[in-house]
Design a protein around this ligand. Sequence first.
Ligand SMILES: NC(=O)c1ccc[n+]([C@@H]2O[C@H](COP(=O)([O-])OP(=O)(O)OC[C@H]3O[C@@H](n4cnc5c(N)ncnc54)[C@H](O)[C@@H]3O)[C@@H](O)[C@H]2O)c1
Length: 229
Amino acid sequence: MNTTPVSKVTTQAKETLAIIGLGYVGLPLAVEFGKQYDTIGFDIDSVRIQQLKDGLDRTREVEPELLAEATGLRFTDQLDELRTATTYIVTVPTPIDAFKTPDLSPLRGASRTVAGVLKPGDTVIYESTVYPGATEEVCVPILEEGSGLTFNLDFFVGYSPERINPGDKEHRVANILKGVARESVENKGTSKVLVLALAIVLGLMLGVFATFMAEFGSQVRQAMKKDAD
Ligand SMILES: NC(=O)c1ccc[n+]([C@@H]2O[C@H](COP(=O)([O-])OP(=O)(O)OC[C@H]3O[C@@H](n4cnc5c(N)ncnc54)[C@H](O)[C@@H]3O)[C@@H](O)[C@H]2O)c1
């Protein structure tokens, strides 16, 4: 497995990255890449974009000084400004509806956005939390239909489980290891299954760990409250 930290990721000299969806997950990632690479931070929320342009992150994940360090990062809600990107990382929300069914509409919307600017040779990496198979079954068809390009021939797709723990100022995107699985023609067959399975297992482990930590934190808080009463 490649264990290269984000700060050491190499891209082609003139390559431009685009992060689609600037929430708890997307903004820290955009800032980290923006310290070294030409990076576009895209969001459909124009108020959020204006606040970020003014140096304010309302989620408080990124301090104003850190935002200022990302000199290669620019923010936009304009589709046209995404055209220069060659790698797109999708970090939009995937909430559940009243019936606890995943609501994939933001993911579909973001895929349509990327499809509108996709060019031969581009790579799209999904970082939103999705069920196994959703990337290929839901996202790839939208990318193909909207762009007129062919998956694995003209453009490539990857999956990378997110690793943000909101409020944790110690374990941040720059100092944690991150897995990215990219499907490719070479990865077809057994190795493709293994690579995707690895990403899925990684995602599940992280999900279980995050749930455990949230529950553990809540139990500790309750115990401390009881002691204080
Ligand atoms: N925050 C976490 O700690 C955490 C933990 C586990 C998993 N995740 C997963 O990571 C993904 C992102 O979560 P988050 O917490 O960053 O979400 P968020 O709600 O904080 O931010 C999402 C951003 O995406 C934008 N957006 C929505 N639709 C869009 C579109 N079509 N195009 C462009 N931008 C769009 C929203 O305006 C918002 O700014 C989700 O799948 C979530 O389940 C997050």
